[in-house]
Write a new protein. Structure first.
Length: 278
């Protein structure tokens, strides 16, 4: 009896309905490699920086100070929470944007490593998401001193903050896994995604909140899951759920899960053929 001639024969592509479970199994078996890739991203990002990881705190702190100067002191904005609302929007959306963009190009970026040795390629987008989540957790710490300064209490809605962070990244990874195989064949894909993300930056309420949307258009605006995740984070900090409904939150979380499942199916089914174009 002949032995299998390739790694692909040893590891056949699973049926589409088993792809998410196959992906989870591969990640579990290669968790050490996953941790090393996340660690690598941290080291590459902060290599040579005198302050290292503290930039994750100092950058949003500096931006918050600038927004406070521009909107509250110079413009005379009565809402002293506006800089905080904008900062939360920037942090959540930027993490979503960078995760989606990096996942789209993850196969091309790691082409030299892929050509040297075989291992489950779904580790790449998962490592990106892990790094972005950890970086966001460090950056988001800046909101707590601001809450104390403004006298904002910690309420039961604070749970919405980690949920908005996790599900926005989950959605970004799912969409990124859908586009990763296309990027290998059509290298313009990342530029198209980046262009769409620039438009989404201004359409998702980063610099404005749901309270600025006319009531008759609010439901339409909140059909955008990213806009809902931004409002979830703001509601968590402000302790105010008046602009959101649990139906909108659950719908957005459901869309993220569906995007992740479909992304994993498409990625697992197509990545072996896609890497031939590297």
């Amino acid at each position: 009896m002949d032995k299998p001639s390739s790694v692909m024969e040893l590891n056949p592509t699973p049926p589409f309905y088993k792809a998410p479970f196959h992906m989870y199994s591969n990640l579990k078996e290669n968790k050490s490699l996953l941790k090393n890739l996340v660690s690598r991203d941290f080291k590459v990002t902060y290599y040579g920086h005198a302050l290292g990881y503290f930039w994750s705190l100092l950058e949003p702190l500096a931006l918050t100070a600038i927004f406070f100067l521009v909107f509250v002191i110079l413009r005379g904005e009565a809402d002293t929470l506006l800089p905080l609302k904008i900062m939360i929007g920037i942090l959540i959306f930027t993490t979503f944007s960078k995760t989606l963009s990096s996942c789209t190009s993850c196969l091309v970026t790691n082409s030299s490593l892929i050509q040297q040795v075989y291992f489950p390629r779904e580790i790449f987008p998962t490592a990106i998401s892990g790094f972005r989540l950890m970086n966001l957790c460090l950056s988001i710490l800046i909101i707590f001193p601001y809450m104390l300064y403004e006298g904002l209490p910690f309420t039961k809605y604070m749970l919405l903050l980690p949920l908005s962070m996790i599900f926005s990244i989950m959605m970004a990874q799912g969409l990124g896994m859908m586009t990763a195989s296309i990027q290998v064949r059509v290298r313009d894909t990342k530029q198209v995604i980046d262009l769409i993300l620039r438009a989404a930056f201004f359409l998702s309420g980063v610099f404005f909140g749901a309270e600025h949307i006319p009531p008759e258009h609010l439901d339409t605006f909140l059909l955008n899951p990213i806009a809902v995740f931004l409002e979830m984070a703001r509601a968590a900090i402000l302790g105010d759920m008046s602009l959101l409904t649990w139906e909108q939150i659950l719908r957005s979380m459901f869309i993220s899960v569906i995007a992740f499942i479909f992304g994993s199916i498409i990625f697992v089914k197509s990545e072996r053929k896609a890497v031939k174009f590297l």
